[in-house]
Write a protein that binds this ligand. Sequence first.
Ligand SMILES: *[C@@H]1O[C@H](CO)[C@@H](O)[C@H](O)[C@H]1NC(C)=O
Ligand SMILES: *[C@@H]1O[C@H](CO)[C@@H](O)[C@H](O)[C@H]1NC(C)=O
Ligand SMILES: *[C@@H]1O[C@H](CO)[C@@H](O)[C@H](O)[C@H]1NC(C)=O
Ligand SMILES: *[C@@H]1O[C@H](CO)[C@@H](O)[C@H](O)[C@H]1NC(C)=O
Ligand SMILES: *[C@@H]1O[C@H](CO)[C@@H](O)[C@H](O)[C@H]1NC(C)=O
Ligand SMILES: *[C@@H]1O[C@H](CO)[C@@H](O)[C@H](O)[C@H]1NC(C)=O
Ligand SMILES: *[C@@H]1O[C@H](CO)[C@@H](O)[C@H](O)[C@H]1NC(C)=O
Ligand SMILES: [Zn+2]
Ligand SMILES: [Zn+2]
Length: 472
Amino acid sequence: MKISTKCLVCLILNLAVLTRSVECGKFWHISDIHYDIYYSLNKTTTNITCPSSYNYPSIDPGPWGDYNCDSNFRLINSSIYSMKSIEPTPDFILWTGDDVFHTDEEEKYLNVSLMYDIMSNVTSLIQEAFPDIQVFAALGNHDYLPKNEMPSTPNDIVANTALIWREWLTDDQYALFKETGYCSSITNHAPNLRVIVLNTNTWDLYNPTVTGTGDPAGQFKWFEEQLFLSKIAGNKVFIMGHIAPGFFERVVNETYFWPEYNKRYVKLVEQYKDVISGQFFAHHHTDSFKIFYDADKYPISVLYHVPSVTPRIGTRDGSVNPGVRLFHYEKATTEILDYTQYVFDLQAANDGQNAEWQVEYNFVETYGLPNVSAQSLHDLALKFKASETSGCKSSNDQCNADILQRYSLYNTVSYQKGYCDSICQRNFVCAMQAVDHQLYQDCVNSWNNAVGLRGFQFFGIYFAFGIVLLKF
Ligand SMILES: *[C@@H]1O[C@H](CO)[C@@H](O)[C@H](O)[C@H]1NC(C)=O
Ligand SMILES: *[C@@H]1O[C@H](CO)[C@@H](O)[C@H](O)[C@H]1NC(C)=O
Ligand SMILES: *[C@@H]1O[C@H](CO)[C@@H](O)[C@H](O)[C@H]1NC(C)=O
Ligand SMILES: *[C@@H]1O[C@H](CO)[C@@H](O)[C@H](O)[C@H]1NC(C)=O
Ligand SMILES: *[C@@H]1O[C@H](CO)[C@@H](O)[C@H](O)[C@H]1NC(C)=O
Ligand SMILES: *[C@@H]1O[C@H](CO)[C@@H](O)[C@H](O)[C@H]1NC(C)=O
Ligand SMILES: *[C@@H]1O[C@H](CO)[C@@H](O)[C@H](O)[C@H]1NC(C)=O
Ligand SMILES: [Zn+2]
Ligand SMILES: [Zn+2]
């Protein structure tokens, strides 16, 4: 099944480009494991089975976890070993951080040595399952204690993490990474492809140790150099990191980069659009993408947000099904062709029905597009924009035929089956089409104005009450 999907992609490509033979490659992207070592089925009087639920009662705790808790070991082990059984020899693996569980009582449940144990445990697991595979690992905001507070200066936690990841780094990469949390590397199987691993924690709006000005750890300077040198060398790059530029698609106006850094990042993407073949991020725990445009509104680059292994959406109330993703790309051009999103139906697994990781969807097949390029995703965004949200009031079969509703379902890895209304549609489309802060405001405002007076008042109420009413 997986092999035929891959071949199909290559076949289509071959038909399109008859004169050259095409070699396809695959790579995994996994993220936001958030290992909660305390998850326990021992019921307490408050029905709270884990510290990662932030005192919300469990939903349906079972051997594989709970929708209000971070991942237990069984779920994590299952995610990694299922990746191994589905595709044991990817060209490489992208792993975009957040290994430690969420809790608002860090003093009670966490300490630095426990954090290292968690990171070492997951690292060893990946190394055991994929012994000879190149792994690129980035730091998340939960790979530091206290969470979100990673400083831009050299520190013990980043240095010790570099030691945990030592065997994935060359001497030079290790020397740089232990001081900064960033590095870059050419891939083993696509010799003109460089992966740039960013440490976006120092660009994080919620990081109190940075001020949003200047160039923390000289990362922008280094980043630009990497892009420039890749351009000179005729190489292509994949950019990966944990926290991404732009906006979170499930609520209005939520962003995680400091404005100045957001601007700077967007500018670099525009400047080096010909060098960048893809951007791979996480942090939201949901499945989405962002399109970058040039000054002429021409689509130039895509940022893919991979959903999490943990079923909990940390930044907000809400849950997802655990997911991992297999990308297909063309080795020579490094162009991303397609991806297959895998899902673990936590409810079904806990009910004893099915504890297998299954194909949730295949992008090209589902949306009937030739590939997942900026142009293709731009075309898709226009369809989402044009989707009629008023005629369809429930998530019956007819509504699921609507691609916006389908996108909405996949956004939580098929967990939340609610109807995506016009506000949800606006939030999705604006987050998808406007990474720049000003463009995003313009998108939201023009959408609201287009809805007219009645709609404007309606939106006004939503703005006034914020997320209280935006219950997804
Ligand atoms: C459940 O609680 C009992 C008693 O506190 C303890 O002995 C046992 O190890 C716990 N089980 C799990 C799975 O945590
Ligand atoms: C615990 O959960 C059960 C089942 O969902 C519920 O009936 C009960 O009221 C809950 N107890 C507490 C203390 O929340
Ligand atoms: C992880 O899962 C694999 C495959 O099911 C199994 O062989 C292995 O024993 C598990 N590891 C642990 C530590 O439970
Ligand atoms: C860290 O926390 C773990 C788990 O609670 C505990 O066993 C360990 O003793 C703690 N270590 C330190 C250095 O406090
Ligand atoms: C990770 O932790 C689990 C649960 O304690 C343990 O069973 C497993 O052996 C550990 N795996 C590694 C690779 O350290
Ligand atoms: C969004 O955030 C910006 C910057 O904080 C603020 O100026 C603007 O009013 C907000 N817009 C909405 C719709 O909340
Ligand atoms: C990807 O699809 C676009 C149309 O959306 C097309 O222009 C482009 O040539 C395709 N790229 C490849 C590598 O097939
Ligand atoms: Zn996370
Ligand atoms: Zn995060």
